[in-house]
Design a protein around this ligand. Structure first.
Ligand SMILES: [Zn+2]
Length: 335
């Protein structure tokens, strides 16, 4: 283990390898879940012919389509979400690393966590669901995807930038902690030479000590030399104002001559419990949208604004199997 003072303050009272083992076990379970799909309930063969027909008919006739996409969209690409049970990186609970406080206390540690996440996203490939959504965006100009993902996989699948809005930032953007400088689409891996690791070292494995990295070797602002930080929304932070404004303008139909009717909303790979994302389901419904949910888990309990109503659809299973199948008549066969 590294002996930096900051680590002793962050470290929970666990044997050093336990958290890593828990994470490895969780990752193995996740991989097994993916490998086992399709189970009967996840199989697209389970889509009822009535649901398939009514959804397809509505999709074909829809002009303004809103989508809300979350971690489940990227699950089949093998991206770890670092959330919920098993949300550990090394011995650290990831929910405590993805905070402004953690960055203020130990920017080198938080940057190494994000460097690892960037690496995972860069070695992953967009899956068939990313491609199907990107194709839908090309076929329907009145389509906007609100993405809660920071992995860049929609963009790499060719999703036109004018048809997608990230609301949680991007692993490939950094911004200055002092001035207004923002850097977009930097896909260097590692981000700076100080993050380079020997070939055999897995940055997620706590048995390899983290390198102590001086502040001067962390990503720096080219304009003012202050520290850069990942341009992602951390726990306790608000969504970017311009991102929210763009989505709100689309929902209101500001640029539409004939009003703000929304025909269809796709909710993909997210439980949509988190506001303001969950609020978009409510807003879309208020503008006439029928809702189609594609998720491994059942929708929320009764009483939630996002609960399904008469005329909505729920397709249970892996988005990478469901979306290509259900969007096929509009986007064609996805290989
Ligand atoms: Zn700066």
């Amino acid at each position: 283990m590294s002996s930096t003072a900051s680590e002793t303050t962050h470290k929970p009272q666990l044997p050093p390898n336990l958290a890593s083992e828990l994470w490895q076990r969780h990752a193995a379970q996740e991989r097994k879940k993916l490998a086992n799909a399709p189970t009967p309930v996840n199989s697209t063969a389970e889509i009822s012919p009535e649901d398939r027909a009514s959804f397809t008919e509505h999709l074909k006739s829809s002009t303004r389509v809103l989508a809300l996409v979350g971690a489940g969209l990227s699950a089949a690409s093998g991206i770890p979400t670092f959330r919920g049970a098993g949300g550990f990186w090394r011995e650290y609970d990831c929910m405590t690393l993805a905070t402004p406080r953690a960055f203020a206390k130990d920017p080198a540690l938080v940057w190494q966590f994000y460097n690892y996440r960037r690496h995972c996203a860069l070695v992953a490939e967009p899956n068939r669901a990313h491609v199907a959504l990107a194709e839908l965006a090309k076929k329907k100009p009145g389509f906007l995807a609100i993405s809660q993902n920071i992995d860049g996989l929609c963009q790499r699948a060719g999703h036109p930038p004018e048809n997608i809005q990230s609301v949680h930032g991007s692993l490939f953007s950094s911004r200055c902690t002092e001035c207004a400088y923002v850097e977009h689409d930097n896909f260097a891996d590692p981000l700076v030479p100080a993050f380079e690791l020997p070939e055999h070292v897995d940055a997620a494995d706590a048995k390899f000590p983290l390198k102590p990295i001086p502040l001067s070797a962390l990503p720096r602002c080219p304009a003012c030399r202050a520290l850069l930080r990942p341009d992602v929304v951390w726990f306790g932070e608000s969504l970017a104002v311009d991102a929210v404004a763009r989505v709100d303008a689309w929902v209101r139909g500001d640029s539409e001559a004939d009003g703000a009717k929304i025909d269809l909303m796709l909710v993909v790979g997210t439980s949509a419990l988190v506001y303001p994302a969950a609020g978009y389901i409510h807003a879309a419904r208020a503008r006439g949208a029928r809702i189609a949910v594609f998720n491994m888990e059942q929708p929320e309990e009764e009483g939630s604004t996002s609960r399904l109503k008469e005329g909505d659809w729920f397709f249970q299973g892996d988005a990478s199997k469901l979306l290509p199948e259900l969007l096929k008549e509009v986007v064609g066969e996805i290989s």
